[in-house]
Design a protein around this ligand. Structure first.
Ligand code: COA
Length: 181
């Protein structure tokens, strides 16, 4: 793993099936799948006001964003987006310094919730962010109402920063700073 912060994550018992998880870049061919996931109750609950505009965004490659599909034994189960909030076009995170990354994540298939996949996906995303030596901090912004996600991020070591309103959404901002060995 190579980073001390990952060793500090509380002990987590991986199940053998987690070794089957792979990641592929999200692509226009995944539009129907992502739109179906957008209609799942647990996804709507976590992000009721956002429109991901998949038809346009999946066809667009930009330097400030990565979008990934996670597969468990070849079955797509979840989505991860990593952005550089300083470079992101809408300036969602406002005026922000260099060296941050912000992550969005969801398990699309409800049958795969609560089985350790989210933890596995997030650990992969964290490691990917910090593999860039210029990145010092990862940000996330769960809705204040999303207590399950908040517990999930706290277990991964994220630290509460502030309450913040993004448009109509009342969020808890958390961050995970890089911890150097
Ligand atoms: C938040 C989210 C990504 C977490 O993913 P997940 O796969 O459900 O997470 P995990 O299974 O790794 O851990 C969550 C729970 O499952 C439990 N768990 C972990 N490994 C497990 C396993 N092998 N078997 C059963 N349960 C397990 C954890 O103890 C935890 O329990 P808790 O809810 O009581 O705290 C997922 O719930 C999700 O997609 N939610 C909707 C979208 C969302 O909220 N995204 C975040 C927006 S900021």
């Amino acid at each position: 793993m190579g980073y001390r912060f990952l060793r500090s994550i509380p002990a987590y018992t991986a199940t053998p099936r987690l070794t089957d998880v792979t990641f592929i870049p999200a692509a226009p061919a995944h539009q129907d799948l992502l739109e179906r996931w957008d209609e799942q109750a647990h996804v709507i609950e976590s992000d009721p006001h956002d429109d991901w505009n998949w038809g346009v965004e999946l066809a667009r490659t930009v330097a400030w964003r990565e979008q990934w599909l996670a597969l468990a034994a070849q079955t797509p189960i979840g989505f991860i987006q990593i952005i550089d909030p300083q470079q992101e076009e809408s300036h969602y995170w406002g005026d922000i310094a260099a060296g941050y990354r912000a992550i969005d994540i969801w398990i699309g298939e409800a049958d795969f919730l609560g089985k350790g996949y989210g933890t596995h996906l997030m650990q992969w995303a964290i490691e990917r962010c910090f593999s860039d030596p210029t990145v010092h901090t990862i940000l996330i912004d769960p809705l204040t109402s999303n207590t399950r996600a908040i517990r999930f991020y706290e277990r991964l070591g994220f630290v509460f920063v502030r309450l913040q309103r993004f448009g109509e959404d009342h969020c808890h901002v958390y961050q995970l700073p890089r911890m150097r060995a």
